[in-house]
Write a protein of this length. Structure first.
Length: 427
């Protein structure tokens, strides 16, 4: 079969999947459902055993209890307007509605064939009893966790920029690919259902392999043709869109959790309530980042990578195989992005657009630390993560991402080259 024919069959299959997906969703009939998730900072814990009741004109239509992943669903007889009521007496201790008026959701419009999703906002019950020390401490731990995830993802993006000059917008989808691949090996009925620690290994290898495929199949041929960096950046945007929606087709739009770490009870450390997976994320990320630092400083490939980043022409004239170093960089970036995606999915949920939601903070960390510097990306990631989480002490949770960008702007006004960048003479 020719390359053109294979290309045509691929897109025909993709279009068919897109066309059939609405048919599959309509076949189940009308229903109202959702997930009961307790949100505390960046922590999202499924709440099981809570009763939800669906009514129409004050007549009960049905009720259901949330399962281990917090999911519930109640079939309704036909399209129409319904209400959903949360039985707050079944909520466990320490869990409550962040908005008491949301105990009953009214005017839920269910269309024909629709599975309507609704959200009850759950948070920490009896929030008034939480001291300022506990709240600040919990947010600082959440900031360290988010910073560790951002740092893992940002290092690869910064290294790629350093050796190629390319700003890769598709880096976000490398993050998502790692999380989705780990979910397949860990929890998918079609996969082997390994423990998440074991499933992490093939997911990171898939991320590294995808980095290898990008470099050999796309970026190197474009460089051989002397394609400009702006044009290559536009190509990366197109690749990002294509990958994101291919993941949506095959993975679906429903958020999913890793069963191994879903619903962990918090533990208390120095009077601060901490979810164990936060500590696992911070500790594992620090070990990996330390390993990356040792690789860059002590290994031959790491030294060559820093040489290519400083001056690729001089490095090539010194006998360094620049193409090989660029390939290693892409594989390292893909593996680190995949690992960051797994940690992000571990602490929140695995979704088709999770990497894209994190991309702005990754860019902020890279620019904050200094473009092309791996150590700057590490430090920038932690600075952005802590600033974002701590900002919720005095501003709404919905605006916390903007704080990372404000920090970025302030630093660039004071030090335009970033924290670890060096000044360059232009002109």
């Amino acid at each position: 079969m020719s390359r053109r024919a294979r290309f045509a069959w691929f897109w025909l299959a993709a279009i068919t999947l897109v066309a059939l997906s609405p048919v599959a969703s309509f076949a189940a009939g009308e229903s109202i459902g959702g997930k009961l998730i307790q949100t505390t900072g960046e922590d999202r814990v499924p709440i099981a055993g809570v009763t939800v009741i669906v009514l129409q004109d004050d007549v009960e239509i049905g009720r259901d209890d949330s399962d281990a992943e917090g999911a519930w669903e109640i079939p309704v007889p036909a399209a129409g307007i319904y209400e959903a009521r949360l039985d707050t007496s079944t909520l466990p201790d320490g869990v409550g509605l962040t908005d008491p008026e949301k105990e009953e959701l009214t005017d839920i419009n269910v269309r024909e064939g629709q599975s309507k999703k609704v959200i009850f906002p759950l948070g920490v019950g009896n929030a008034s009893s939480t001291s300022s020390y506990e709240r600040v401490g919990a947010l600082f731990i959440s900031g360290l966790k988010l910073g560790a995830i951002i740092a893992l993802c940002a290092v690869g993006l910064s290294l790629v920029y350093g050796v190629t000059g390319l700003v890769n917008f598709a880096h976000a989808e490398m993050v998502t690919l790692g999380a989705v691949t780990a979910y397949f090996f860990h929890a998918s009925p079609a996969g082997p259902q390994w423990p998440l620690i074991v499933a992490t290994v093939p997911a990171v290898l898939v991320g590294a392999g995808f980095g290898w495929a990008q470099e050999t199949g796309l970026w190197r041929p474009l460089r051989v043709r002397n394609t400009g960096l702006v044009a290559m950046m536009v190509v990366s945007i197109g690749l990002s869109f294509a990958m994101r929606h291919l993941i949506l087709i095959f993975f679906g739009g429903e958020p999913r959790a890793y069963p191994d770490f879903a619903g962990q009870p918090p533990i208390e450390i120095l009077g601060i309530s901490v979810v164990p997976k936060n500590l696992i994320t911070i500790g594992a990320a620090l070990v990996v980042l330390a390993g990356v630092g040792l690789f860059l400083q002590r290994s031959r490939s790491g030294t060559a990578m820093r040489a290519v980043s400083d001056d690729s022409d001089l490095a090539e004239s010194s006998g360094i195989d620049v193409n090989r170093i660029i390939l290693i960089t892409w594989m390292l970036a893909g593996g680190l992005a995949a690992l960051g995606g797994i940690f992000f999915g571990l602490n929140e949920a695995v979704q088709w657009d999770m990497g894209f939601r994190l991309l702005l903070l990754i860019f902020a960390a890279v620019v904050l630390g200094g473009l092309g510097t791996a150590y700057g990306a590490m430090v920038g990631g932690f600075v952005v993560g802590i600033a974002v989480e701590m900002s919720t002490l005095f501003m709404p949770n919905e605006l916390k991402t903007a704080v990372g960008l404000v920090v970025l702007i302030v630093i660039l006004l004071v030090r335009p080259q970033g924290l670890f960048g060096t000044k360059e003479r232009i002109g």
